[in-house]
Structure formats: C-alpha cells, structure tokens
Design a protein around this ligand. Structure first.
Ligand code: FE
Length: 201
C-alpha cells in the first residue's frame, strides 16, 4: 500500500505546519517542545526499539515467555514503555498461525515499540478489509503470501490494548547476536503485514 495515499506528503506537511503555527501563536506550546517531540520520534522511538524487543525474545526463552504473558512488563525490563503502550500484548507467529494487527476504529498502535503508525495503517481500506479478507489484503497490498494451511488471526487494537506481533525467527540465524538479529526485524513484520528479513537479505 502506498504511503502517500489518500493525502500527499506535501498536504500532510502543510497541515502539520499550520497546526504548529497556531499552537505556537496561541502560546500553547513552544517550538522547542515540538522539535524535541518530533526528534524523539525520528531518532529514539520507532521500530528499532521493537526490533530489540523481538531479538531479545528470539534469544532468551525466559524473556519471550514474559513477553507473551505481559508485554508491557517485559518491555519495561528493557526500559521500553510509556505513552500509548501501557497495555501491550504480544502475539506469536508460528508455523500454524500468522497474526496481523489493525485498528478498525482509528489508528491505535503501540508507540513505545513501533513509533508512529505508517499512513496506510489509518486508511479505511486497510482497517475494514483486513478484518474481512486478511489473506487477500496481505497478498494484494503487501505481497505477503500466507499459505492456506496457516491460520490468520486479526487483532483489533484499541485505546486500551496495543498489539505487537512476535514474528518467527528466520532460519539460518543460529549463532547470531541480538544486535544482528534485531537488524532482521522490520516494522511490517511486527504489524504482521510482512516477514523479517533473512540473513541472505
Ligand atoms: Fe485506534
């Protein structure tokens, strides 16, 4: 799914600028606060944090167990948490089950581990079609072919619960360090619309 549909990036950027000017003009927020928040979501908070969590789960069975039991508590052990991630739930992919996350109502998303959601996550088409025909959406929109023998489970995020997919550890990654493993974990694999990279690329 294209990242620029239905609004173009220029339109979204103009809208954000207008909103920012208004907030600053009304004295509700300073430009430094805006820069700080935007900077945090650009460099410190994003899918690279979730990738670390996944890599730890792949390497440490005890951590994985806790992650699947109480994802927010497990993430807190890695100093990961905060706004929009108070109640995170991790769902594990396997040979039998593929999980995919959506928010049918709006765009609820686990910010502390994935950052801000991609534009397509908010599109009505993704939100409605993923629930009705997930296999088709994964194939047609994301090029992800999930075998008929694999069950697809769709998780509807809400203001209270934010889901994170724990993808399957790729083959041929035995002996890789956590850091190397984290480099294989993509944002899309943690939403369930993609797979992690393989060591071959
Ligand atoms: Fe939502």
């Amino acid at each position: 799914m294209s990242d620029s549909y239905p609004a173009s990036e220029a339109e979204i950027s103009a809208r954000a600028k207008a909103l920012e000017s208004l907030l600053v003009e009304k004295g509700l927020i300073g430009t430094d606060a805006i820069d700080k928040a935007a900077g945090a979501y650009e460099s410190d908070i994003g899918p690279m944090v979730g990738a670390k969590v996944v890599a730890r789960a792949w390497s440490d069975p005890g951590f994985k167990e806790q992650l699947l039991e109480d994802a927010s508590a497990a993430c807190a052990r890695l100093d990961v948490g905060g706004m929009q991630g108070e109640h995170m739930v991790a769902v594990e992919n396997s040979e039998q089950v593929h999980n995919v996350v959506v928010c049918t109502l709006c765009s609820c998303y686990p910010w502390p581990v994935l950052g801000l959601p991609p534009n397509w996550y908010k599109y009505p088409q993704y939100r409605s079609r993923t629930v009705m025909e997930p296999r088709k959406v994964l194939k047609e929109e994301f090029g992800l072919d999930v075998d008929e023998s694999v069950d697809i489970r769709v998780w509807d995020s809400s203001a209270e619960i934010r889901y994170l997919v724990l993808p399957e550890r790729p083959e041929g990654t035995e002996g890789m360090s956590e850091e190397e493993l984290a480099s294989l974990v993509t944002r899309d694999s943690m939403i369930g619309v993609g797979k992690p990279r393989t060591p071959e690329g």
